[in-house]
Design a protein around this ligand. Structure first.
Ligand SMILES: Nc1ncnc2c1ncn2[C@@H]1O[C@H](COP(=O)(O)OP(=O)(O)O)[C@@H](O)[C@H]1O
Ligand SMILES: CC(C)(COP(=O)(O)O)[C@@H](O)C(=O)NCCC(=O)O
Ligand SMILES: [K+]
Length: 256
């Protein structure tokens, strides 16, 4: 009855195998591969897995990458389902102008966040931060409506943009400092505080809109780098997308 959850971003494919497609399922094993290594999955990481009976994923890396993933999945007799952002699902209402144009990773992470919030206590507004190739900062009100979100460059893109647009910014990674006194620290701190500042602003926007301070969840491959530099309290939840996929899978199978 194994369930394979996939999160295909612009840098890496993350996967997790659970014993069942339901909230609270047992994690059997998980891993990640850079997109250029997708072709290694069938003979490598996935070769000794128990056969999944369901595969549900989100992919924002484009159709060509999606096809490459589907080719690897042909090793099993299972048709993958890919989440498309909808008008409403699993307790979240999509306020985007064109709901289907919202990145499906953002949609799934919000569903994971909303479920986590409700499991932890009463309804509250919530900010969801995903620090991957890009950074997204979503605002959800206490009733579960996604009001809107920010997209900004991630650490890597910010650094590459600065390197390619200037003559003198080719330096190693530095440390986060309040008052950086060398180029490396200045670049690392600039990127980190750009993200922290955007989150802070969204927390203020949402607090003002809802009249109540939000819970802030953070996830994504570079979330652990950001979390210590935040000015508001954040809960780092590495599994937010997988939690969302498990929730969607449970609901879909329950109504099927
Ligand atoms: N072990 C790691 N391997 C690769 N990138 C990592 C790793 N840990 C953190 N990162 C950072 O995370 C970012 C990618 O995060 P990820 O969540 O995989 O992105 P995406 O979902 O866009 O593919 C990279 O920009 C990189 O800076
Ligand atoms: C914003 C994103 C690029 C984030 O991608 P990631 O950093 O996870 O690779 C992705 O969610 C996306 O392509 N979204 C579509 C546009 C939108 O959400 O408005
Ligand atoms: K992502």
């Amino acid at each position: 009855m194994a369930f394979l959850a996939l999160d295909v971003g612009n840098t890496r494919l993350k996967w997790a195998l659970y014993d069942e497609p339901r909230v609270g399922a047992r994690l059997i094993t998980h891993g990640a591969q850079f997109l250029e290594n997708i072709e290694t999955l069938e003979e490598g990481d996935w070769s000794r897995l128990p056969t999944p009976r369901w595969v549900l994923g989100c992919v924002v890396a484009g159709d060509a990458v999606k096809r490459r993933v589907e080719e690897q999945l042909e090793m099993w007799d299972v048709t993958p389902q890919w989440v498309v952002s909808g008008n409403a699902e699993a307790g979240v209402v999509n306020g985007y102008d064109h709901p289907a144009r919202l990145g499906s990773d953002r949609w799934v992470a919000m569903i994971g966040a909303r479920q986590r919030l409700l499991a932890q206590g009463p309804q509250r507004p919530c900010v969801v931060v995903m620090v991957g190739t890009a950074v997204t900062v979503e605002a959800i009100d206490a009733e579960g409506k996604f009001l809107g979100g920010l997209i900004l460059p991630g650490h890597g893109i910010m650094l590459r943009a600065l390197e390619s647009g200037t003559a003198g910014l080719h330096v190693p990674t530095g440390d986060v400092r309040d008052f950086p006194t060398n180029t490396s620290d200045a670049l690392t701190s600039g990127g980190t505080f750009a993200i922290a500042g955007a989150v802070q602003r969204m927390v203020e926007n949402l607090s003002r809109h809802c009249g109540e301070a939000p819970v802030v969840y953070m996830t994504g491959g570079a979330g652990w780098k950001m979390a210590p530099s935040m000015s508001t309290e954040v809960e780092l939840v590495e599994s937010l997308i997988f939690d969302g996929l498990l929730h969607i899978a449970s609901q879909r199978l329950a109504v099927a």
